[in-house]
Design a protein around this ligand. Structure first.
Ligand code: BYC
Length: 327
């Protein structure tokens, strides 16, 4: 069980070598670390894990929404959704490029995704059953992604931080397009409003899970925060997301599926119910509603794209040979 995994407490300063101490001092001063500079092996590995999983999430994240492109209700909605799904592919590419600067190849990362050795966000293992889900995904899933990614613009690794700046700009458009769908549905016919409520009911808790396990069960938070690979704890970001999203649901006239939800004057935030963590751990172990289907889709795309990759590299080799002959 993940909850019983050994928690990394971070390297204590007294155990650090002079080189590690100097590195930590640079992080503490807010300096950016660039690809060719010295870094502790753990820092490099943690970044490859986090950036790689993030890249995989963007690519797998195209699937639940891609599912609705052919069935979007209007030409305008179809064009918007198509642009959004293409953006996710672009985000994946920025992130794979950032990971490559750490000495891992894109092929290695794909191999690890396809074999199940690397994760992608739990949220994409839930199905998108109705058009209202496109609204809920944009509003809640991209909303949660933004909450997590805005602080990551200040992360200590230069290429990751720069990728985040570009990604965040596009994510805000994604969130707005989702909310716009929810507004149309929630202010539409009673049947449309019911669909919007149903989508909120199904996506609320999976969206809360996106921030990762509660702080007491988070394995990597402490060390990742010391290295500024993460800027906030999982619970801090989850709380911030709930505080900002509940008034948005109220504006839509929809109810958050949590009877315990209440404003807490003292903490200036909402008290809310935790997601079912046993469900979360099952999903990240590969047993969510769509895990098998999502991975199969990625593996098939990889296999069916082999001829194209071979064509590209044959062309690159030919072009390089022609350049050398001309020199
Ligand atoms: N799903 O120690 P912890 C998006 C794993 S979607 C799956 O707290 P960490 C998008 C975790 O990997 C969002 N696995 O971990 C939106 C670890 O297992 P491993 C993608 C999860 O890394 C719309 C274990 O649980 N965003 O962008 O400190 C359309 C213990 O957790 C999840 C990012 O990836 C989860 N939800 O914190 C398309 C943002 N949560 O690796 C795309 C960058 C935890 O030891 N990532 N686990 O086997 C992060 O900020 C952090 O990695 C997390 C987790 C907050 C997600």
């Amino acid at each position: 069980m993940y909850a019983q995994m050994i928690k990394s407490e971070g390297t204590k300063r007294e155990d650090m070598s002079p080189q590690e101490l100097a590195f930590q001092a640079r992080i503490d001063r807010g300096e950016k670390i660039e690809p060719k500079e010295w870094m502790p092996e753990g820092y490099r590995k943690t970044l490859i894990r986090q950036i790689g999983q993030h890249a995989h999430s963007e690519i797998v994240g195209q699937l639940p929404e891609g599912n609705w492109i052919t069935r979007a209700p209007t030409l305008e909605r179809k064009a918007i959704l198509l642009a959004k799904v293409q953006d996710e592919a672009g985000h994946g590419l920025y992130l794979y490029s950032a990971a490559e600067t750490l000495g891992v190849s894109r092929d290695e990362l794909f191999e690890k995704l396809h074999s199940g050795a690397m994760k992608y966000s739990s949220i994409f293992n839930y199905p998108t059953l109705t058009w209202a889900d496109m609204g809920a995904v944009g509003w809640l899933v991209d909303g949660a992604a933004i909450m997590n990614q805005v602080p990551l613009q200040r992360t200590s690794y230069g290429p990751y931080s720069r990728a985040m700046i570009r990604i965040c700009k596009e994510e805000s458009f994604h969130q707005r397009q989702g909310y716009s769908i929810m507004m149309t549905m929630a202010k539409g016919t009673p049947a449309q409003k019911d669909m919007a409520q149903d989508a909120l009911n199904r996506f609320w808790y999976p969206a809360l899970m996106m921030f990762g396990p509660s702080d007491k069960d988070s394995v990597h938070s402490e060390q990742s925060m010391a290295w500024k690979i993460k800027m906030n704890t999982n619970d801090e970001l989850r709380q911030k997301f709930v505080n900002e999203t509940v008034p948005q649901a109220e504006y839509l006239g929809l109810s958050v599926p949590d009877e315990t939800l209440a404003w807490n004057e003292e903490k200036q935030g909402y008290d809310f119910a935790e997601p079912d963590w046993s469900e979360f751990f099952e999903v990240i172990k590969g047993n969510g509603p769509c895990n098998r289907e999502r991975l199969e889709a990625r593996v098939t795309a990889w296999d069916e794209g082999a001829w194209f990759r071979e064509g590209l590299s044959a062309h690159a080799e030919k072009a390089a040979a022609a350049r050398m002959a001309a020199e």
